[in-house]
Design a protein around this ligand. Structure first.
Ligand code: SD4
Length: 324
């Protein structure tokens, strides 16, 4: 009797429920495992991005294409003031972008301090796929993008310009909890083959010093993917994430047996040795090879968006501190 019809038969008999545990023990391992993927998860309420990512996954596309398509959504959204077009500028009024991407083979590409190109994630992917390098920065990254068919655009919207003019009146910059309305997209996916990829894209901290680069393009800090173990990404104050090599540390903790949730919590607790930990926000999300996910932040207010096997969920993340 074939496995499937044997199971049907057993479930229909009254004896079935008694026999099931011993029968299950003899089933091949693949039949026992619960598949939690495809799954895709992003920092903040990036609903449209996750829907774009899910559309790729559920039509059989790769995790790499899923995270790429997902990250492009806020990059092109003028209302998102932390990513791409419409991102708040640096203190000189210039929008400068950081992005990174990693695939299931452990390949990585990133751009930082990139100006005038709406989709830094696509340039990062091109760095990964077409060059022997991982990082391209500033004018070099821009020249590479232009040579490869990207067009130069003005990314400073009227809304972002007005916010900058307003900020200039006091020119005071102190990174404070949620001060920058952190909306950076870090996005992870596991496709129906079980392969993992991730992407991260941001305009960085609003009104940052010219030339400042955050965690988002730094492989291991803002993003890390190991196809055998899991993937993690970050949002929040990049300086804090970089000092703790956030995403890599989460993947390593998962390698040592922690769940994505526990690994994110543990990585957040590592921030407590920083002098200014009470005044900053960091949020981490992670998935593992089994398609389980987790997220945690230092301060309350962090959210993440997940679609797992077609079910969408906006999660109010748990946080180390309970009150603002
Ligand atoms: C950075 N991590 O450049 C980014 C900022 C961020 O939403 O997450 N903003 O430090």
């Amino acid at each position: 009797m074939k496995q499937k019809s044997r199971r049907n038969f057993i479930q229909k008999t009254s004896l079935g429920s008694l026999l099931l545990p011993s029968i299950l023990q003899s089933l091949p391992i693949e039949e026992k495992k619960v598949k939690n993927f495809p799954v895709t998860i992003a920092t903040w309420n990036n609903k449209k991005a996750i829907e774009a990512s899910w559309n790729v996954l559920h039509t059989g596309g790769s995790a790499l294409d899923a995270v790429h398509q997902g990250a492009m959504i806020p990059e092109a959204d003028p209302e998102d003031t932390s990513v791409g077009y419409g991102g708040f500028p640096d203190r000189e009024g210039k929008v400068t972008l950081d992005a990174s991407i990693m695939d299931q083979h452990g390949n990585a590409g990133a751009v930082m301090f990139l100006e005038g190109i709406m989709h830094p994630i696509s340039v990062a992917r091109m760095v990964m796929e077409k060059t022997p390098h991982v990082f391209l920065a500033g004018s070099g990254a821009k020249a590479f993008a232009l040579e490869n068919g990207f067009k130069e655009e003005n990314l400073l919207t009227e809304k972002a310009r007005r916010a900058w003019e307003n900020w200039k009146k006091e020119s005071k910059y102190e990174p404070k909890i949620n001060f920058e309305r952190h909306d950076t997209i870090g996005i992870l996916a596991q496709d129906s083959n079980g392969d993992l990829s991730g992407a991260c894209s941001t305009s960085g901290l609003a009104f940052k010093m010219r030339g400042r680069v955050g965690d988002s393009p730094i492989i291991g800090s803002g993003l890390y993917v190991d196809n055998e173990i899991g993937a993690a990404t970050a949002t929040g104050l990049g300086e804090a994430v970089v000092k703790k090599v956030g995403a890599f540390s989460i993947v390593e903790m998962m390698r040592n047996g922690m769940s994505p949730q526990k690994a994110c919590e543990s990585a957040i607790k590592r921030l407590l040795t920083l002098k200014n930990y009470k005044d900053l926000q960091v949020g981490y999300i992670a998935i593992n090879k089994q398609g389980e996910y987790g997220g945690y932040s230092l301060q309350p207010g962090f959210q993440f968006y997940v679609i797992q096997k077609g079910k969408a969920l906006l999660v109010n993340s748990k946080s180390y501190f309970k009150n603002k």
